[in-house]
Design a protein around this ligand. Structure first.
Ligand SMILES: Nc1ncnc2c1ncn2[C@@H]1O[C@H](COP(=O)(O)OP(=O)(O)OP(=O)(O)O)[C@@H](O)[C@H]1O
Ligand SMILES: [Mg+2]
Length: 354
């Protein structure tokens, strides 16, 4: 039998690809290659996670391919139930994949869970925290759990509290913290062992705009210091502002992936949204179609991607006016992540940019 390509275990990313190179009748040969880690800190290949079975089978993660490079902030964007948390749980070893594979910090999430856990920090969306403990106590406990020597922990704990702006509240019970304070504490807790890869599951959901900005600043700062960050979000603006690259996930599948600017450029034309009286909707739709492809909108509106660009607006209005269509409201938007999302999924992420 002919030898096939060599296997560089445990890099499943590489072996998956090599296995596609092997011809029928070939087998892998083991080779003495010392470097076993893929360079990217997060790699998922054909990742699948099901829940239930039979009629109640839920394909929460349905074949996700993902590669997050060292030093990136990677935004994982999707609506409720898209599969964001499940993906994070699989990548952080809290759930086993049903199929496919993933490496984090160079270790296989299924077979090297301990090593993965030591390398990563995680702030989960629904982390259970004892409300009777104080912020300081929780940080101390986390340090013990990670086996951090007391001499180190007594210095790092207060530093982290200071860093997330919780020094004054350090000795208050966590049950009295606001949502924003809880999120900042979650972040501090995820950092006690100085992880190289950080997973943040919807770190800003429910926060007011000011608290959101504070958290973004902290994430940026951590990233500047060398931490690779994967964060999930339902907010288009958050993905746009914070992430170097994003993946849009819908129904367990990644429907777009790339640099926000490039994804927007692919949409190309600006979107004109109009709002007309109910009896004129069909006529208005027919007119808009002459100026470009209709785009998904939130309820009650019509939208068209203007093939000739913004200059076409005057013609659209004139044509609608000549047809007797009364335009109640009009809005012209340059290509945004909202359009990228709509083009990829066929619907708009309601309220996602608020
Ligand atoms: N333990 C579970 N058992 C059964 N179904 C589950 C379980 N966990 C998640 N699911 C289902 O998997 C799908 C994806 O859920 P997931 O929590 O990953 O979505 P999400 O993108 O994080 O949503 P959200 O923005 O609401 O947090 C949903 O349909 C959810 O109901
Ligand atoms: Mg979630």
């Amino acid at each position: 039998m002919l030898p096939g390509p060599c296997r560089m275990a445990p890099s499943t990313f590489v072996t998956e690809r090599l296995s596609r190179l092997a011809r029928p009748g070939q087998e892998f040969v083991e080779c003495n290659i010392v470097t076993t880690s893929p360079s990217a800190p997060i790699v998922a290949t054909g990742l699948v996670r099901h829940f239930g079975s039979g009629d109640s089978l839920v394909r929460a993660v349905d074949g996700v391919d993902l590669q997050v490079e060292a030093g990136e902030i990677f935004g994982f964007l999707g609506p409720n139930g898209a599969g964001k948390s499940t993906t994070v749980r699989v990548l952080t070893t809290l759930l086993k994949p049903s199929a496919g594979s993933a490496t984090v910090a160079g270790f296989d999430v299924a077979t090297q869970a301990d090593k993965v856990r030591r390398a990563i920090g995680v702030a989960l969306q629904d982390a259970a925290i004892d409300p009777l403990m104080t912020g300081r106590e929780l940080l101390d406990l986390q340090s013990v759990l990670y086996g951090i020597p007391k001499s180190v922990a007594t210095k790092r704990g207060p530093e982290l509290l200071e860093r997330v702006g919780l020094t004054a509240a350090a000795d208050r019970r966590v049950g009295t913290y606001s949502g924003g304070m809880r999120r900042r504490l979650d972040l501090a807790l995820s950092l006690v062992h100085e992880p190289s890869v950080l997973f943040l599951d919807e770190p800003t959901t429910g926060l007011d705009p000011m608290s959101r900005l504070t958290l973004w600043e902290e994430v940026r700062r951590l990233n500047r210091e060398g931490t690779t960050v994967l964060l999930t979000t339902q907010y288009l603006e958050e993905a746009d502002q914070l992430a170097d690259r994003i993946a849009i996930i819908d129904h367990g599948k990644i429907v777009r992936q790339g640099v926000p600017r490039d994804l927007k450029a692919q949409v190309g034309s600006p979107t004109l949204f109009i709002d007309v009286d109910g009896e004129h909707v069909d006529m208005a739709r027919g007119i808009l179609e002459r100026f470009g492809d209709l785009r998904p909108t939130s309820e009650g509106k019509l939208g068209v991607g203007l093939a000739q660009g913004a200059e076409a607006v005057a013609s659209v209005i004139r044509t609608l006016d000549e047809a007797g269509v009364h335009v109640r409201h009009l809005e012209l938007n340059e290509p945004s992540l909202d359009d990228v999302f709509a083009e990829a999924t066929g619907y708009r992420l309601e309220g996602a940019d608020q």
